[in-house]
Design a protein around this ligand. Structure first.
Ligand code: SF4
Ligand SMILES: [Zn+2]
Ligand SMILES: [Zn+2]
Length: 466
């Protein structure tokens, strides 16, 4: 059962007066385990806390929407501060700027937003930020006011790559609504597909607003979060379960609600094996002979909602036991949160055991195996590894050294090329990947890989699993 978190809806609105209980029940039947009821006024903040007190799955935020910024006087702030003491209040919001409807004067909106940022810092709660046609002022105020860090999410995110980059650079989360399913939301979908890192992604309905395609013009409700989840899974090329796990984990990190990590990791223990799509990934080491500037290990212990930071490297037997029956998966992958060939014996022992059970096996590697073992190792993998993905990320030794900072120094790049050619000769399927990032000429990489090395090329988006 999927476990989703609707991080933004307004069940306190009169739209839900006739059937609020049913709406909450339908949400839980649809797999929406937690709901954050987001306040937009003083009265709404009181009601939001009331709902959180009454219903287990509901959490609350307190705040005043920029439309009503003019009602945010001192007594309103003291009341909100009191309400924020409630254990189920997990955020300050929704607050921000709305220059689309301008229902409060712009300078009042700005002043109130600054006060809410201060309140978030004081209460140590994250911000739920609303921004409509006010990008420049929003970013300026956030930069000025968040010299000491404040966490938060920009909700109902629009199709705006520049804003996305700026918000992500500030470390903020981003949430999308069901408007991503609208027929005409082509730009928004493309932006999510190409640029949205899932480790900053949150789900929201913003109900009663923005019902998904097929229900447009009708009232939205948290159970419709499933439509958003399906669309996001399609865009990112992963499963609904993957989206659910990652976004639940993100909600936990930002709002501290729910247990919500994953089937192998409900307690935050590190994962030796973890499923993504129909593949099972194996995590045997966190050590590596590269130190790539983009390496996910430097940024987080968590990949796709799984804790990959190993306390101890597992033995081959532990790995084989953890995999169980490999026929449940399309492929078993030695993952790249560390360099698997540093543990060549373990790779071989595990691959032998799994191969005997009919598994299809892929190795992701930095291609340093020969350097690590001071001998050609590809022959050892023949008959065991069906597919190998070598990350190259450069077209010259100089670029490779700058981006991947290998422990073997300048000779590494040429040794990887030799390794790839050996793989081509001895293993059924070889692909070479390059991460798309500034300073890497992807077209040039492709020419090198398909022309000189004569193997398959796969560009990899930064922050997207391969
Ligand atoms: S090769 Fe992979 S694991 Fe090693 S530093 Fe680079 S990105 Fe990280
Ligand atoms: Zn809003
Ligand atoms: Zn809202």
């Amino acid at each position: 059962m999927t476990r989703l978190v609707d991080t933004h809806c307004h069940l306190d609105f009169a739209d839900f007066d006739i059937d609020r209980e049913d709406v909450i029940k339908r949400a839980s039947e649809a797999g929406v385990k937690y709901i954050i009821n987001v306040a937009s006024s003083i009265e709404g903040s009181r009601k939001s806390v009331g709902l959180a007190d009454k219903y287990d799955p509901i959490y609350a935020s307190v705040g005043i929407h920029p439309h009503d910024a003019k009602e945010a006087n001192d007594s309103a702030f003291s009341e909100l501060k009191e309400l924020a003491k409630n254990k189920k209040v997990v955020a300050i919001g929704e607050v921000g700027l709305d220059y689309y409807r301008n229902l409060s004067p712009r300078d009042t909106q700005q002043e109130t937003f600054r006060k809410f940022i201060a309140l978030a810092k004081e209460t140590r709660l994250p911000l739920i930020i609303h921004c409509r046609e006010a990008k420049e002022d929003l970013l300026r105020i956030l930069k000025e006011e968040t010299a000491s860090p404040v966490n938060g999410v920009v909700h109902c995110f629009p199709s705006d790559k520049e804003l996305l980059k700026a918000v992500l650079d500030m470390g903020l989360y981003v949430s999308f609504t069901c408007n991503i399913t609208f027929k005409n939301a082509l730009g928004l979908r493309q932006m999510v597909k190409d640029y949205m890192p899932i480790d900053k992604l949150l789900l929201e309905t913003d109900a009663p607003f923005l019902a998904p395609e097929g229900f447009r013009g009708k009232r939205n409700e948290p159970s419709y979060l499933t439509y958003l989840t399906e669309e996001l899974a399609r865009l990112k090329g992963i499963t609904v379960e993957d989206i659910a796990r990652v976004t639940s984990w993100n909600s936990k990190k930002l709002f501290a609600i729910g247990e919500a990590v994953g089937p192998d990791d409900t307690s935050g223990n590190s994962a030796i094996v973890y499923p993504i799509r129909k593949s099972l990934y194996i995590n045997i080491t966190n050590r590596c002979t590269d130190d790539c500037v983009f390496c996910v290990r430097n940024a987080t212990d968590y990949v796709m909602g799984y804790n990959l930071r190993l306390e101890e490297e597992p033995t081959a037997k532990e790995v084989i036991d953890a995999v169980g029956d490999p026929s449940r998966y399309d492929e078993i992958v030695f993952c790249g949160y560390g360099e698997p060939t540093l543990r060549l014996d373990c790779v071989i022992e595990v691959a032998k055991a799994l191969k005997a059970k009919g598994a299809k096996i892929r190795l992701t590697t930095n291609g340093h195996g020969n350097l690590i073992h001071k001998r050609p190792i590809v022959g050892d993998l023949a008959g065991l590894i069906d597919r190998v993905s070598v990350s190259l990320n450069a077209t010259s030794s100089e670029t490779y050294n700058r981006i991947c900072r290998p422990s073997f120094g300048p000779r590494t790049f040429d040794e990887i090329k030799k390794f790839i050619i050996e793989c081509r000769e001895k293993l059924p399927e070889v692909e070479v990947t390059c991460v798309e990032m500034e300073g890497v000429d992807i077209k040039e990489c492709e020419r090198l890989v398909t022309g000189e090395l004569k193997v398959k090329f796969r560009p990899r988006r930064y922050n997207v699993v391969g």
